[in-house]
Design a protein around this ligand. Structure first.
Ligand code: SF4
Ligand code: SF4
Length: 187
């Protein structure tokens, strides 16, 4: 049976629920998420602390935190959570909010990674690894980073020289267009 903190009526938890569908008021601070998180050692605000901070309605503290930027979406926390909270979806929503509202991102490479990754998926419908690595290196002003690994991986068949495209690329492009429209309608 789920436990729900009924006394909390913060607008922040409602806002998050609308954005990602997760009700953080059901978190009862067992800390199983934090205990299993492989990135907890990097986070100033641990996952369970972030849940409680949301419950308290401390929006600015949560969006200023580095928690969501260190999360690697491994799903360990969600698997362990007795309340079935899909924490990765919460992290995605928080990243989106923090990015749009201009909050500090602890590493420039994190922002570049997301932008280059999405550009590759929008163009090909999937990740084109060589193009992704080159774009990311250029975005981070380090164009020759790991360049020596490319030929080795190509020779072992670990990388493809040319990109694969999904068959129905139009559907992917439509998906991106719909997301952009949704974002515009929210601003
Ligand atoms: S999904 Fe993110 S927050 Fe959850 S355990 Fe993995 S790294 Fe930690
Ligand atoms: S595992 Fe779930 S219920 Fe426990 S502290 Fe983390 S989010 Fe809250």
């Amino acid at each position: 049976m789920k436990v729900v903190i009924k006394s909390d009526t913060t607008s922040f938890s409602k806002e998050l629920k609308e954005l990602c569908g997760q009700d953080l008021l059901t978190c009862y601070q067992c800390r199983k998420c934090t205990m299993g998180c492989p990135m907890a050692f990097r986070m100033e605000m641990k996952v369970s602390e972030m849940m409680r901070t949301v419950q308290l309605g401390l929006r600015d503290e949560v969006l200023s935190a580095d928690t969501m930027w260190w999360c690697v979406s491994c799903e360990t926390c969600a698997t362990r959570c007795p309340q079935g909270i899909e924490i990765v979806e919460v992290m995605d929503a928080l990243r989106e909010m923090a990015f749009k509202e201009g909050y500090h991102i602890p590493l420039e490479s994190i922002k570049a990674f997301h932008e280059v990754f999405l550009r590759s998926v929008e163009t090909y419908g999937r990740l084109y690894e060589i193009g992704f690595a080159m774009d990311l290196n250029f975005a981070l002003s380090n164009p020759l980073k790991d360049a020596d690994l490319g030929p080795v991986m190509l020779s072992k068949g670990k990388l493809k020289l040319l990109p694969d495209r999904v068959k129905d690329l139009n559907s992917v492009k439509k998906l991106f267009e719909n997301v952009k429209k949704l974002e515009e309608s929210r601003t």
